[in-house]
Write a protein that binds this ligand. Structure first.
Ligand code: COA
Length: 132
């Protein structure tokens, strides 16, 4: 397993992983161009590969200064429960800290509390959300 910061990826790979992990529609690269968006707007991203195949990914957007976010963390079903998700978050945390960020944010549903609060070390806090 190779887990790297800002490693090369294609939008096609991430769209396929996203559709499998979030049971969403398979978006085309012209609809959701992860590569262009991450390169333009994010502090970075972490990618996990096994035998060349993309099995894990997380986007790490930021405000350009003190806040960074865990967004669209995904691990392929076959690679789950072996520490890949925790490793992706840990690498994002380290790189955000090195970039000078003071806070790493995430929001999640209740069932993932053991992962984010237990395994990854986040502290529970209030957050807000509006459907647009
Ligand atoms: C959530 C997700 C990224 C976890 O990835 P993972 O590689 O399986 O996580 P890890 O192996 O690092 O898990 C570490 C620990 O977190 C907890 N954990 C992991 N997945 C969990 C889940 N789905 N529910 C509750 N606890 C979980 C367990 O305590 C686990 O330790 P254990 O395997 O010894 O029991 C993965 O299940 C996934 O991609 N899910 C679909 C997409 C998604 O919901 N992403 C998050 C959006 S907020």
């Amino acid at each position: 397993m190779d887990i790297s910061w800002r490693a090369p990826f294609t939008s096609t790979e991430v769209n396929a992983l996203h559709a499998a992990c979030f049971e969403s529609r398979l978006y085309g690269d012209d609809e959701w161009d992860w590569k262009a968006l991450c390169e333009r707007h994010s502090l970075g991203w972490c990618a996990a590969r096994e035998a060349g195949a993309l099995v894990g990914f997380v986007n790490v957007p930021w405000d350009g200064f003190t806040h960074a976010w865990i967004q669209d963390l995904m691990v392929a079903q076959a690679a789950r429960r072996s520490g890949v998700g925790t490793h992706l978050v840990s690498l994002a945390r380290e790189r955000a800290r090195e970039a000078g960020c003071e806070w790493l944010h995430v929001d999640f549903e209740d069932d993932l509390a053991p992962f984010y609060l237990g395994a990854c070390g986040f502290t529970a806090t209030r957050a807000g959300l509006i459907r647009l």
